[in-house]
Design a protein around this ligand. Structure first.
Ligand SMILES: [Fe+2]
Length: 364
């Protein structure tokens, strides 16, 4: 594949932004988008489909991760791709198939549908097919394309590189069979999850009463995912980490508070098919306001198989030098606000009573 795109030295746009502009793809920048299923998409010649980039988080965040929405028209296939950035693909609507191969090999093929999660192995050829002649396919993908483009700023190196990562994918016939393995750390490792609703959850009360989750590792990536569920009338502990966790609400509604240390919070309300990303090192805390458990899928720039550091801190209390605020240490205004909101909904608070270790100044 030849392309005439060439990144120029910075004059207000990074190499990734220049590439997106060259491909005439819209970039949506925000903390949150309300509905992935209705985002406007524009023709995307390289993919032979339509799409839009989503760069979520605070405007000042370093641009390292980005998501995109892609739509493949009924009866059509996207163009074959290979690239030196990872991508996790979650199918929002429709059904179809993907073929994956390395140069000179017979393609492996697997079928997916709404709710499927998979990742084309790094730098392997892949092509997506819409399996329906009547309905479009829409998927959302998280990628580290900005980090890779901003690091190498060479289209040819990233998109036309013969290197084969055999340790990640060596044409194993069962690679996309949907088989997987459970590992310590509440991890399910697989290369294809036909429907994420079928994954078993693990208890995760570290984050709050009745919480459940499962961590997901795919295709030996650096990127990973997790699904979490929290019950009615319950809120989670706040925590913080680096940029690049993109959270899709699959079920339920509520709001999140996010704030940089020592500053006021911002509130973001969300419902099904919204996507948000907590900014770099901002504390964030999620609150269920609905009458059903919340289920959220996070696609994120780090995992447990090949961690990039710091993730153990996320579940260690701030009092012990970590990045998670225990209920006893949080601003009492946070619980008061949630109780008010629940009262309006006629829902009872289910978090157990708390005794604050010290009174803090309300951050309203
Ligand atoms: Fe988080």
């Amino acid at each position: 594949m030849k392309d005439s795109f060439e990144a120029k030295p910075y004059t207000g746009k990074t190499a990734f932004e220049q590439w997106a502009e060259y491909e005439r793809i819209p970039i949506i920048r925000n903390f949150i988008v309300p509905d992935l299923t209705s985002i406007e998409v524009k023709p995307w010649d390289r993919l032979g489909a339509s799409g839009s980039w989503l760069v979520l988080g605070a405007p000042e965040d370093q641009l390292s991760m980005a998501a995109y929405v892609c739509e493949i028209a009924p009866g059509k296939s996207a163009k074959p791709q290979k690239h030196l950035f990872e991508e996790l693909i979650f199918v929002l609507s429709g059904s179809g198939a993907t073929t994956v191969w390395n140069e000179g090999e017979k393609p492996l093929s697997f079928e997916w549908r709404r709710g499927s999660l998979f990742s084309p192995p790094l730098n392997a050829w892949h092509q997506h097919f819409n399996g329906s002649g009547a309905e479009p396919v829409r998927y959302v993908a998280l990628t580290n394309a900005p980090a890779v483009f901003n690091m190498f700023h060479s289209y040819d190196f990233i998109m036309n590189n013969p290197y084969r990562f055999r340790e990640r994918f060596d044409h194993e016939p069962e690679y996309f069979s949907g088989k997987g393995e459970a590992h310590p750390g509440d991890v399910w490792e697989s290369n294809f999850i036909p429907d994420i609703v079928d994954l078993p959850f693990y208890e995760f009360s570290t984050k709050g009463p009745g919480m459940k989750h499962v961590e997901i590792e795919l295709s030996s990536n650096t990127l990973s995912g997790h699904i979490s569920e929290s019950p009615v009338g319950v809120y989670k502990k706040a925590h913080r980490h680096g940029p690049g966790a993109y959270i899709i609400t699959l079920k339920g509604r509520g709001y999140s508070l996010m704030w940089p240390e020592g500053q006021n919070w911002e509130r973001f309300d969300w419902g099904p098919w919204s996507m948000m990303s907590p900014p770099n090192r901002w504390f964030h805390q999620h609150f269920n306001l609905g009458r059903e458990p919340i289920r959220q899928l996070a696609l994120k720039g780090w995992g447990q198989k090949f961690p990039i550091g710091g993730w153990e801190q996320m579940f260690k209390s701030t009092e012990a030098g970590g990045d998670m605020i225990e209920f006893e240490d949080e601003d009492p205004a946070i619980r008061e606000m949630y109780q008010e909101e629940l009262k309006r909904e006629g829902i009872e608070l289910k978090n157990p009573p708390v005794t604050y270790r010290k009174k803090r100044v309300a951050q309203t």
